[in-house]
Design a protein around this ligand. Sequence first.
Ligand code: PLP
Length: 219
Amino acid sequence: MSIATRLNELRATLPDGVTLVAVSKFHPAERLMEAYRAGQRIFGESRPQEMAAKHAELPEDIQWHMIGHLQTNKVKLIAPFAARIDSVDSERLIDEIDRQALRCGRCIDILLEVHVADEQTKSGWDIDELRAYIAAGTLSGKTGIRVRGLMSIATNTDDERIIRRDFSRVQELFNEFKPLLGSDFDTLSLGMSDDWPLAVEYGSTAVRIGTAIFGAREY
Ligand SMILES: *Cc1c(COP(=O)(O)O)cnc(C)c1O
């Protein structure tokens, strides 16, 4: 099946109001262009150098989302153009994105990544630490960032109950934070190729789908 066919099938199935982030990490620019020609404009990448190189090569109107773990010393590579940083998991990273955005005269949309999965290896804020950070109110003084919502990755398992548990925790947290973070806080990014239909049940407004569009990645 072609990339265009897969994209069109996905779009036909996604409910209204759910944005599709096409996760193009590890795929060459030609594959992204196939998706672009099929109308896709939002792409997700996991490595800053790769995202910067693709940004330089591909059309201007693509919105680039950083979805992978981001080291503070790499923020400057993507700050000039990133449409959103979905994987923000520490106070240090927030401070650096704010600083680099202001240097570029920008305000960058971010999502706070929450850790709910069983695997300790996965990144993201510990829920209580994130609560404490938000309660401290430090975010309100930062004009280089706009906190748009939460992102999370469910446990990698075939057990649907565990995936539902993970998504439901993040949805509850989203509803808890929403009154504190205001009207910009409107995005809940849950769901990948294997679990996005469940994610939508738990209020996801932005699914991140790679394999189901581009096929398997060659690492
Ligand atoms: C790679 C990746 C995805 C896409 O995963 P697929 O299973 O290929 O759809 C989604 N979110 C994040 C954070 C990723 O790193």
